[in-house]
Design a protein around this ligand. Structure first.
Ligand code: 8YV
Length: 329
C-alpha cells in the first residue's frame, strides 16, 4: 500500500507526478496558505510532508501528527523546522543545499550592485517621467569593482559570492563567520577573515549570508550600522530577522549608510511600510533562488529526500540522518 504525503504548497507538475508514482499525494495546487491548525488537520494520516520555508514544523505540530516520519523542506535554510523536536521524535528532516548556491550568489551580487548603482531608484525616476535632462551627478552611486566586499556568514553561498567579487570584480574580500574557514577554502574564495567590528568598518559593500537562528536575531542593528562607512551598502539575502529593519530604515533616511538591498523581511510577505517610502533601498520579494532551473532542482531534491526516506532508501541531503540509524538517534 502506498504511503500518504502532503505537498504543502504548489509545485511543478513533473514533481507531483514523480511523487504520485510512490505515494498517495494530497497536493495544494491552489497554493493556499494554511493556518497552523489547518496544516495539522491536513497532516493527519500523512507519513511525510513536502514543505517550504513558509510552513513551521515545531514540537506542537509533530505531537499532533504522530504518523509523520519525514519533513522535506524545499529550501536550504531550515529555521522553519525545530530540528531537535524532529530528532527527538524520530522524524527525518531534509533541506536543499548546493542546487541553489550559484543562482542565489548571482542574485545576491545583483542586488548589491542594484543598490550601489541606484538602479531601482533610477528606474522609478524614469517611470515617473522625471528624466528631462542629463546631469553630472544624476543618480551617481558607488563603484563595485576594486572596492571591499564584506560577507557576514561564509557558507556555500558566501563563498560563491566571494569568488564573484574577487575574481570577477577585483574586490578585496573580507568575511566574518562563527568559525574561520580552512586555509584552502579561504584561498579558493579569495577571502580574508576579520573580526565583526572590522568587517563593519571596512566593507564598502556588506552582504549578509548567514543562517538564521535566535542567536543572530538583529545581529545588524543600530550599533552595527553606526560602525559602517557612510558610503557603504548593506544587502540581506539571508533571513529578515538578522536585520533590525527599524534601525536600518532610520539609518537610510539619515544617510548613515548609502543604500541597502533586501530580499528577505522580518514579517514577510508583509514589509515594514517605512522601507517602502525610502528611495535608497532595493526591495525584492524573496526571490534569490528563483530561476526556473534552480527551483525545479530544489523541488526535485526535496522530492528525492521524501521518496528515499519513506521507501527505505538513503535521503541525499538529510539534516538529522541519525534518526534513520536506530541506536544513534
Ligand atoms: C526559498 C530560501 O525560495 O532556500 C532558502 O533557504 O530562502 C529560498 O531559496 C524559500 O525558502 C522557499 O522555501
Amino acid at each position: 500500500m502506498k504511503k500518504n504525503i502532503l505537498v504543502a504548497r504548489r509545485v511543478f507538475d513533473s514533481v507531483l507526478e514523480r511523487l504520485r508514482v510512490h505515494f498517495e499525494v494530497e497536493p495544494n495546487q491552489d497554493d493556499l496558505i494554511w493556518s497552523k491548525a489547518e496544516l495539522i488537520a491536513r497532516l493527519q494520516g500523512k507519513d511525510g510532508a513536502f514543505i517550504t520555508a513558509s510552513e513551521r514544523i515545531d514540537a506542537e505540530l509533530l505531537d499532533a501528527c504522530p504518523q509523520l516520519r519525514a519533513v522535506c523542506n524545499m529550501a536550504v535554510g531550515y529555521n522553519n523546522i525545530d530540528l531537535d523536536a524532529c530528532t527527538a521524535r524520530g522524524v527525518l528532516a531534509s533541506n536543499t543545499p548546493d542546487v541553489l548556491t550559484e543562482t542565489t550568489a548571482d542574485f545576491g551580487f545583483a542586488l548589491m550592485m542594484a543598490a550601489a548603482r541606484r538602479m531601482a531608484e533610477g528606474e522609478h525616476f524614469l517611470r515617473r517621467g522625471e528624466w528631462d535632462k542629463w546631469a553630472v551627478d544624476l543618480l551617481a552611486g558607488s563603484d563595485i569593482h576594486g572596492t571591499t566586499l564584506g560577507l557576514l556568514g561564509m557558507g556555500r553561498i558566501g563563498r560563491a559570492i566571494a569568488k564573484r567579487g574577487a575574481l570577477g570584480f577585483g574586490m578585496q574580500v573580507i568575511y566574518h563567520n562563527r568559525s574561520r574557514l580552512a586555509p584552502e577554502l579561504e584561498q579558493e574564495s579569495g577571502a580574508r577573515y576579520v573580526s565583526k567590528e572590522a568587517l563593519l568598518q571596512q566593507s564598502d559593500h556588506l552582504l549578509l549570508v548567514l543562517p538564521y537562528s535566535p542567536a543572530v536575531h538583529h545581529v545588524i542593528g543600530a550599533a552595527e550600522i553606526a560602525l559602517m562607512k557612510p558610503t557603504a551598502t548593506l544587502t540581506n539575502i539571508a533571513r529578515g530577522g538578522v536585520v533590525d529593519e527599524v534601525a536600518l530604515a532610520e539609518a537610510l533616511s539619515k544617510h548613515q549608510i548609502a543604500a541597502a538591498g533586501l530580499d528577505v523581511f522580518e514579517g514577510e510577505p508583509a514589509v515594514n511600510p517605512v522601507l517602502l517610502t525610502l528611495p535608497n533601498i532595493v526591495l525584492t520579494p524573496h526571490i534569490a533562488s528563483a530561476t526556473v532551473k534552480t527551483r525545479l532542482a530544489m523541488a526535485d531534491l526535496a522530492a528525492d529526500n521524501l521518496i528515499a526516506v519513506l521507501t527505505g532508501g538513503v535521503p541525499p541531503t538529510p539534516l538529522n540522518g541519525q534518526v534513520l540509524q536506530p541506536g544513534l538517534a
